[in-house]
Each structure stands twice: as C-alpha cells, then as structure tokens.
Design a protein. Structure first.
Length: 407
C-alpha cells in the first residue's frame, strides 16, 4: 500500500516551479541544510520507515477507512461520495501523521526538545502528544488571542506535559506564533527541533510535511481500487496551509483524476473576511517561503477570517501555489454558512460529525457531486472530527434559534 519514492521533488533550492525556497535568517541556513540531509537519509533508511509505519499503525490507527457515504450520495443524486476517514486517527485529525514523522526525525537527530506553533491548538496537541510518547520537552507558541478562544486545547497540551507560551506580538494569532517559534529556533537549534504544522515554512519543511502525509492518498488510492475496482474521478480537500490536501492529492497527481482544493470563503470572497489565499491573494514571502498570500498594497499581511480556526491562515503551501499556476489544481471555496450546512448534513445523514475545516471540503464536494453521474466517484478528505467545534456550532445554532430562523 505504501511506497517511498519521492515524486515531484523540489529543486536543490527547495523551489516548486519558483515557489517555496529558503527565505530565512542567515543563522538558520546551516540548521536547515542539516535538517534536509537528515530528512533524506532517514527517508532512505528502512528501519526508520518501518518504525514510522509501526507507529502509524499501532499508535495512530492507520490505515484509516475509506467509507462510501451511500445515503448522502443517494440524497444528492450525483457522484458516489467516498470519505477518507482521517477523523478516526488518534487525536482526531490528520495532523498526527506529520508530528509522528518529525518527532521520529527529531529523535534520530538527537534533539531533546521540540517546539511548535499553533493556531487553533490542533497542531500543538498533536505535537505535545508525540513529545509525551518520545519523552521530549515540548514548548508550543500560541497567540494570546487564540489561547483565549481555544482554552480547552491549551489545557489538553498542558495535561500532555507541554508548556504553552503566549505570543502578544502582531495580532496575537497563528502567523505571530510561527514568527516566535522561528525566533526561538534561531537561538536554540543546537538541541531543539522545530515541528512545523503544515506544508509551509522554509525548505525542506513543505517537502517533509508532504511526504509524512502521503500515507493518506496512498491508502485511499489502494482502498478505492480494492473496494470499487477503479480510481475516483475527483479528489477534494480543504486548504488551510495545505497539508491534508497535499497528503491526499499528491499520490493521485499522476493519475487521470481531477484535483480540487477548497479554501475558506468566510463571509464571502468579495470582502476581506475570508482566508482564500489562492483565490484572492498574490505571490509574496512569508514564513521563509515564496507563495500566494493575502497582503495589502503595502505588503502587510491582511487579517483573515474563517469559522474554522484551522483554515484561518493568510498563506498557502508553496507547492499548492505551483500546482494552481500550472493548472493542475481546481479551486473552490466554501463560506462559513455553507460549511455549517455541510456539517449538519453529514451529521444527520451519515452519523458523522465532521471538523468545520473538513466541512468546507464537504460543502464543495456536495456541490460538485450533484453535477456528476451516479457511476462516477468523488473522494473527499474528512481531515478531522467535529467534537472540537461543538461549542462554535452550538452557539451559532442557538443564535439562529433566538433570531427565529430554523437551523
Ligand atoms: C489544521 C487542520 C486543517 C488545515 O490544515 P492543512 O494543513 O491545510 O491541512 C484541516 N482540517 C483539520 C481537521 C485541521 O485540524
């Protein structure tokens, strides 16, 4: 089911058709080169890969099922909808595939401490989880604003033995936490490994994180062939930074499959309250790489909005920018409202509460499936479970009830 060939590798400078690269402080060039060499050596090392697969199986719960949502497909009356169930992994989302990989690499490199940035807290929890298992010290940078909005995840990280460091700079959210983590790493890289949470950051991070997540698409491809005797016609994933999307889509790139990325349209793409970096952004440099960004005319990063904290990032992984410009990727968007509708539809129709991030992918998938034929198949990455979002959803449903609207 799994193969370790690195397809569509970036060039020596870490560029994917010009996007990506290594725009980092001089002092980080050495550590980044060391990281790159260690990553490639580990990737070729059979014992490393065996240990990674053992943990993905025994600890994470892979392979995750590929589920044919028959009732939902019937209701929509178009293509058959297949769900890749990343929501069933340990910690409830795809992010742990990456933290297992980077955690193992940190151990191999002899690092005793890991650091991470987190927005909603999901990547922080996945990092703290792995740090506990590997007996490593763990510090997680989190915007003070986010710490207030996501208090239960702060508590989770602390229970797992991590220290959560509040970040007050900028807007005190994810992008500022990432800046602080990079700053820490400049001073601490001797004994510290920086675990980045998505396919962003300077080279080799976008490549590494992608490779750790390709288990998603490799499994889905094999499962689809085994269960249905053919490949899907279309594959759909939501995009925050782009790690679950690259994980699902990358192993399907060389097949004749339409690849679709779904961005968060927030209150709508016509205003500024969204997080659609590809649809509404332009190339610029952030967090060590050249990619599509939401920035104003002065080059300042704009504030973003999405109902799902995990999609609320003003950039996108550089390889997705390259795929988009090359015409390899179709772009869709879903608003807060559409994501909420998809959330309740999947809950009622299939008994699965999806994460609000994944609900964006579902919203677009249901729209696209309706225009397809019943003998066609559409694969959706259900990147996480919705339990973490219950407070958000319940509050909105209560408000709608109070306003006399039916949910
Ligand atoms: C973090 C998160 C995302 C967005 O991150 P990507 O790197 O774009 O995958 C999507 N879904 C869930 C459930 C998440 O936790």
């Amino acid at each position: 089911m799994y193969d370790f060939e690195i397809r569509h590798a970036p060039d020596a400078g870490g560029h994917f058709d010009g996007f990506g690269g290594k725009y980092a402080a001089e002092t980080l060039m050495g550590p980044l080169a060391e990281l790159e060499a260690a990553f490639y050596a580990s990737w070729e090392d059979e014992s490393f890969q065996n240990e990674r697969l053992r943990l993905l199986q025994q600890y994470v719960g892979r392979p995750t099922p590929l589920y044919h949502a028959e009732r939902l497909s019937r209701e929509i009356g178009g293509a058959q909808i297949l769900l890749k169930r990343e929501d069933l992994t340990h910690t409830g989302a795809h992010k742990i595939n990456n933290t297992i990989g980077q955690g193992l690499l940190a151990r191999r490199m002899g690092k005793k401490r890991v650091i991470a940035e987190t927005g909603a807290g999901q990547h922080g929890v996945a990092t703290a989880t792995v740090a506990a298992m590997f007996d490593m010290q763990c510090d997680v940078y989190m915007g003070r604003e986010d710490m207030q909005r996501q208090a239960p995840n702060v508590f989770r990280m602390e229970l797992l033995g991590a220290r959560v460091i509040p970040v007050d700079s900028g807007t005190a959210t994810l992008k500022d936490a990432l800046n602080e983590a990079l700053r820490d790493w400049v001073a601490s890289c001797q004994d510290t490994f920086y675990i980045i949470g998505t396919v962003a950051g300077p080279h080799p991070y976008p490549l590494m994180v992608r490779q750790y997540h390709t288990v998603i698409g490799q499994e889905a491809r094999a499962q689809c062939l085994a269960q249905f005797g053919c490949l899907p016609d279309m594959a759909v994933a939501c995009v925050g930074g782009g790690s679950n999307a690259m994980g699902l889509l990358h192993p399907l790139r060389d097949d004749d499959i339409r690849l679709v990325a779904v961005e968060a349209a927030g209150h709508g793409l016509d205003g500024d309250a969204h997080a659609a970096s590809l649809a509404a952004g332009r190339p610029g440099i952030l967090h060590g790489n050249l990619t599509y960004l939401l920035e104003d005319d002065e080059g300042q990063i704009k504030g973003t909005h999405s109902i799902s904290a995990g999609l609320d990032y003003p950039g996108v992984g550089p390889e997705l920018a390259a795929m988009y410009e090359a015409g390899e990727l179709e772009l869709e968007a879903a608003t807060d409202e559409e994501a909420l509708q998809a959330f309740s539809r999947l809950s009622r129709c299939e008994g699965i509460l999806p994460a609000l991030e994944s609900s964006h992918a579902l919203a677009a998938a249901m729209r696209l499936a309706a225009d397809m034929q019943p003998e066609q198949m559409l694969l959706v990455n259900l990147s996480g479970r919705g339990d973490k979002d219950l407070d958000t959803v319940v509050k909105i449903v209560e408000d709608q009830k109070a306003a006399g609207q039916t949910p």
